[in-house]
Design a binder for this molecule. Structure first.
Ligand SMILES: Nc1ncnc2c1ncn2[C@@H]1O[C@H](COP(=O)(O)OP(=O)(O)O)[C@@H](O)[C@H]1O
Ligand SMILES: [Mg+2]
Length: 406
């Protein structure tokens, strides 16, 4: 440790001297202007306490070596006053002062690089304030040169010292004003952020309302859907019942149709027999007794023969019809042209007699009952030839459609 200077403080003017010396040494030790002000302010607060609560003490300035290998300017303020019994409370920041602001000690602690306070009730108080030096190493000779400089400096009058303190305070005030301006800026920013937040909040609120109404809509739709679903299920059940009924009716109808076909089949077969008898015996009558019959009787015979012929035709048609309605043959793929050719062969005589002109395009292959389709062609061609004018009939057969349907 290198001692620099010591000032005894017993009254307020001593504080001025202590300030002056601290300022001078701090400046000579190379501390920045701001650091000088901080150190002087901290020292002043502690010395004021000494004057106020312990009737004075001493201020000693030293240059010391720190643990980090640097040097510090150390200010020790010491008194033999009553000491501080509630130091822990004061340092915790919870102390409420009856004599001042209660911020002197903890405020000073913030202004320096290292701070320590020792106080023994009844014995006195010792406060140490340090500022780290950033200049080249201070040795005894350096301190001698500082002291020489201080001595040369004309000692200031009390008024001048006050003026100096005043200018320092003004500088501190301007720094405070700067900080206040910055704080105001930040406050404005916070206000702006706040108003943005309020706006966002309002938006969220209205969004929430929208969501609520959408939710209500959705619930309503859901209910409607539920009703529709119930109705659909009912309809489905109805449909199933109807289908079941339809299947029963269909089965009955198929049965009755089968019966009817069987009846028509039997009928047509049974009717053929007596008709053959009528035809045969009418022929026999014509052959054996034809010459004995008069004109009127011959005419009756012709009428009977032609009626019998028509009846034969009707019964044959009925027989064919009942065969078409019956199950028929197993379905297979065949060429329609073959079915048409077979029908034309069956109708050969009628075609020749009527001088009919029948043409046929190339027809597709289909899957079905060839015999039944042949009968369809035969009936259609026969009808065309039968129901016509005096002109020779012209029949053309062709097929339209895709590979699925013709
Ligand atoms: N040197 C001292 N000797 C005795 N008591 C002291 C001394 N310094 C401070 N105190 C006590 O510590 C308290 C806190 O001091 P300080 O933080 O400076 O706030 P303030 O002086 O505004 O009360 C003082 O109120 C006083 O009771
Ligand atoms: Mg105080």
């Amino acid at each position: 440790m290198l001692p620099v200077v010591q000032v005894t403080v017993k009254e307020d003017t001593d504080l001025l001297l202590a300030r002056q010396r601290t300022k001078q040494i701090a400046t000579l030790a190379g501390l920045s202007n701001q650091d000088c002000i901080r150190l002087v302010t901290a020292m002043s607060e502690i010395v004021r306490n000494t004057l106020q609560y312990a009737s004075g003490g001493t201020v000693a300035l030293n240059v010391i070596e720190t643990d980090t290998g640097r040097q510090s300017l150390e200010v020790i303020v010491k008194d033999h006053g009553p000491g501080i019994d509630n130091l822990r409370e004061i340092l915790s920041g919870n102390f409420k002062s009856r004599t001042g602001m209660g911020r002197g000690i903890i405020g000073s602690r913030k202004l320096v690089d290292s701070f320590s306070i020792e106080s023994t009730p009844g014995e006195g108080t010792r406060v140490t304030l340090c500022k780290v030096l950033h200049t080249s190493k201070v040795v005894k000779a350096t301190i001698d040169s500082w002291l020489e400089a201080i001595t040369k400096e004309s000692s200031l009058s009390a008024v001048e010292a006050l003026q100096q303190q005043n200018s320092q305070l003004t500088e501190t005030l301007s720094q405070l004003q700067n900080s206040q301006a910055r704080l105001e800026e930040q406050f404005m920013l916070v206000q702006k952020l706040n108003s943005e937040l309020i706006e966002t909040n309002a938006n969220i609120f209205s969004l929430n309302k929208d969501l609520d109404s959408k939710n209500a809509e959705l619930t309503e739709r859901n209910e409607q859907l539920g009703q529709a679903l119930t109705e659909l299920q009912l309809s489905k059940e109805n449909l199933e019942q109807l289908t079941a009924q339809l299947q029963i009716v269909n089965a009955e109808l198929t049965r009755s149709n089968d019966d009817l076909q069987q009846f028509a089949n039997v009928c047509s077969h049974d009717l053929q027999e007596p008709l053959r008898v009528v035809t045969n015996y009418t022929q026999l009558l014509a052959e054996r007794y034809g010459e004995q019959l008069d004109e009127k009787a011959s005419k009756f015979m012709t009428v009977i023969t032609s009626a019998a012929g028509r009846m034969h035709g009707l019964i044959s048609d009925l027989l064919r019809y009942s065969r078409i309605q019956s199950k028929g043959n197993e379905f297979k793929s065949f060429d329609c042209t073959t079915a048409v050719n077979k029908a034309l062969a069956n109708l050969e005589i009628v075609i020749t007699e009527s001088n009919a002109h029948i043409t046929c395009d190339p027809l597709p292959c289909v899957t079905g009952d060839e015999v039944q389709l042949m009968q369809v062609f035969q009936n259609l061609i026969a009808n065309a030839i039968k129901f016509r004018t005096d002109q020779p009939p012209v029949v053309h057969i062709s097929a339209h459609g895709t590979c699925q349907r013709f």
